[in-house]
Write a protein that binds this ligand. Structure first.
Ligand SMILES: [Zn+2]
Length: 258
């Protein structure tokens, strides 16, 4: 049986009303936002929800589709002003002509992208074989930046998981994607590993989770003390890894053999 058709006139009115409502919303948004930098518009949305927007927070819930491009443009304009204040002739020096645009794109779409995009979707599998043996994932190559100087942090992460019989397991590649999502934000290493551990605990509900991160900090190498060989190593131990010294030893000894 064919679907009941609405009389043509009714359909037309419905469409017209929808278009009018959309247009009205757009106008309302525009009126309020005319001349306001996009970053301020986004910031207002965050503040209205009393949410935090530190350098290592993800703010994707407050960004509407298509707005990232606008943010890139805004950052580029301000980056151009920075280059000018550094007294660099971006007009004659062809190497720096589009640097502001390139840096803006790099910040928003690449190295700090973990602030602006949603968490990668994780397919979870029930632990059908009831695995409860230690799993180690790594080394996962990580790239981040310190929130003090925006200098690169390049390192490696190892994740140890002791699943419980009730744990949801995630695919191996998802550990890397989740790690990358957390790392692609300006932050300090100590907080990054804690955030990663929190997230894995929440997702997998394991008996224990352990994370070790070893990284070169370019704020020690490129600037500051210029110490090329110093590395920072952090670890987080949760659940069984905290309570059971043998498990902890097993995890750490396997890393030493890497
Ligand atoms: Zn630094």
């Amino acid at each position: 049986m064919p679907a009941k058709k609405l009389p043509i006139k009714k359909v037309a009115t419905k469409v017209a009303t929808k278009v009018a409502t959309q247009a009205a919303t757009k106008v309302a948004n525009k009126k309020e936002d005319v001349g306001t930098p996009l970053s301020v518009v986004i910031r207002r949305r965050i503040e209205a929800q009393k949410a935090r927007f530190h350098a290592n927070d993800n703010i994707s819930a407050f960004i509407k589709p298509g707005e990232l491009e606008g943010l890139v443009d805004e950052v580029a304009q301000k980056m151009q002003a920075v280059l000018e204040s550094l007294v660099i002739d971006t007009q004659s020096d062809h190497n720096t002509k589009n640097t502001s645009q390139r840096v803006a794109k790099m910040f928003v779409k690449e190295v700090f992208n973990g602030r602006y995009v949603e968490q990668p979707t994780l397919t979870k599998f029930p632990n059908v074989s009831r695995l409860n043996e230690l799993m180690i994932i790594g080394p996962i190559t990580v790239r981040s930046a310190c929130s003090h100087h925006l200098c690169p942090i390049m390192g490696r992460v190892w994740i140890g998981v002791l699943p419980s019989k009730a744990s949801a397991l995630i695919g191996l590649s998802k550990y890397s994607r989740l790690t990358e999502w957390v790392m692609c934000r300006p932050q300090i290493q100590e907080e990054a590993v804690v955030e990663l551990a929190d997230m894995l605990e929440k997702k997998i509900k394991p008996t224990g989770v352990a994370i070790v991160m070893e990284a070169d900090h370019f704020c020690m190498q490129w600037r500051g003390v210029k110490d090329r060989d110093s590395k920072m190593i952090n670890s987080v131990m949760r659940g069984a890894f905290l309570k059971d010294p043998n498990l902890r030893r097993e995890f750490l000894s396997l890393l030493e053999k890497r």
